[in-house]
Design a protein around this ligand. Structure first.
Ligand SMILES: Nc1nc2c(ncn2[C@@H]2O[C@H](COP(=O)(O)OP(=O)(O)OP(=O)(O)O)[C@@H](O)[C@H]2O)c(=O)[nH]1
Ligand SMILES: [Mg+2]
Length: 348
């Protein structure tokens, strides 16, 4: 199972590409597409609600392992830039730069565009990503793109297999009630292996739940490993008590306030004490206030772009996380909204 996010600016050809890669499924601020044929299983997530909101972009990237950054012949715009910052902040290592609507561009223009993109992605996680020109009308490049997704998927699978032994965690992105079955959630096993009949905890609400059954692509299975897209029927909880972003886990920290070792983006303004930011971890998010900034051992009033600092943040919403989780901070009032990434300094 290979999970792919399709991101990019407005009118960059994201939805057209998604609809050529899979069959449309659930629609919210992200739209799911599925593909299953001759051994290849894809889940494609179109970050539909982006660029209006940043959350769908963060959601799409958190549910997937490979990103397709769509850039139309008109070239990168402010949102392409923001997507690149987001990929960098989230540490998304696997992806492809897709030059969409290639039928509308001369090949010399496409070559120029490729060079330009190479330049602006230097020093970011996208530095070594492949680039491919694709058209959803003439189908140029489509087969090659699918091959790229396949081969990247194999690399991702090897990496994910290494986290099969970790404590299991499932991030939930959809929840509903099924008559006669009860609470059913859809999510992604982020690490570890889950088993039927296992007792786990729904976080951040701290409720013990039992996994009644596990489905993968509508087939009942006894267990599921890291990377799997799963549907779980749960015992001891009602669907109304579960929200998108909740985590089924065994060992989570739940807090409203955070102390994070942060790295600020080079493409943000400074961060000052007292400012309100938006914090994202996995599919959860919450507004937080910057209470204190420590840089190089000194308490300071603001942190400079591109610098490292320790941010003390206060919030009002419980968030579940583990020591390794990567936090993302955004300032929703800025044009380039991604400010920093950071890790909790208290490793459990
Ligand atoms: N000629 C041509 N047109 C395309 C191609 N892909 C998309 N388009 C057109 O470009 C426009 C935008 O495509 P979408 O797929 O909706 O792009 P998007 O990024 O999802 O756009 P928004 O979600 O509205 O921001 C539509 O009119 C499409 O028909 C292509 O490969 N060739
Ligand atoms: Mg679209």
């Amino acid at each position: 199972m290979t999970k792919v996010a399709i991101i990019g600016g407005e009118q960059s050809g994201r939805t057209a590409l998604a609809s050529k890669l899979g069959k449309k499924g659930n629609v919210s601020d992200v739209t799911m597409y599925d593909f299953a044929k001759s051994g290849t299983v894809l889940m494609i997530v179109d970050a539909t609600g982006y660029p209006k909101h940043v959350k769908p972009l963060v959601t799409a990237l958190n549910l997937t392992d490979i990103a397709l950054l769509c850039i139309p012949p008109t070239g990168p715009d402010v949102y392409t830039g923001e997507c690149i910052v987001a990929l960098d902040m989230l540490g998304c290592r696997h992806g492809v730069v897709v030059l969409t609507k290639s039928d509308l561009a001369y090949s010399s223009a496409l070559d120029e565009l490729k060079k330009r993109i190479k330049k602006i992605t230097t020093g970011t996680v996208l530095e070594n990503w492949d680039q491919i020109a694709v058209s959803t009308t003439t189908f140029e490049g489509m087969e090659e793109l699918k091959k790229m997704i396949d081969s990247t998927g194999e690399k991702v699978d090897e990496e994910l297999a290494r986290s099969n032994e970790l404590s299991p965690r499932v991030v939930i992105d959809q929840v509903f009630n099924v008559t006669g079955i009860g609470c059913v959630v859809l999510g992604v096993v982020k690490q570890g292996t889950i088993h039927v009949k296992e007792k786990m905890t729904m976080m951040p609400v701290d409720k013990t739940v039992e996994i009644r059954s596990i489905q993968m692509h509508d087939v009942d299975v006894k267990s599921a490993v890291a990377g799997a897209r799963v549907g779980l029927a749960l015992k001891n909880i009602q669907s109304k008590d579960v929200d998108r972003g909740y985590v089924i886990s065994k060992n989570e920290i739940v807090t409203k306030d955070f102390t994070l070792n942060c790295t600020l983006s080079r493409f943000t303004k400074h961060v000052a004490v007292g400012v309100m930011l938006h914090l994202f971890v996995g599919l959860q998010s919450a507004p937080v206030r910057v209470e204190k900034i420590v840089a190089n051992g000194d308490t300071v009033d603001y942190a400079r772009f591109g610098s490292e600092c320790i941010l003390t943040l206060s919030g009002s919403k419980n968030i579940a996380h583990i020591g390794l989780d990567r936090f993302i901070l955004a300032n929703l009032d800025e044009t380039q909204r991604f400010v920093a990434y950071g890790f909790c300094s208290q490793i459990p």
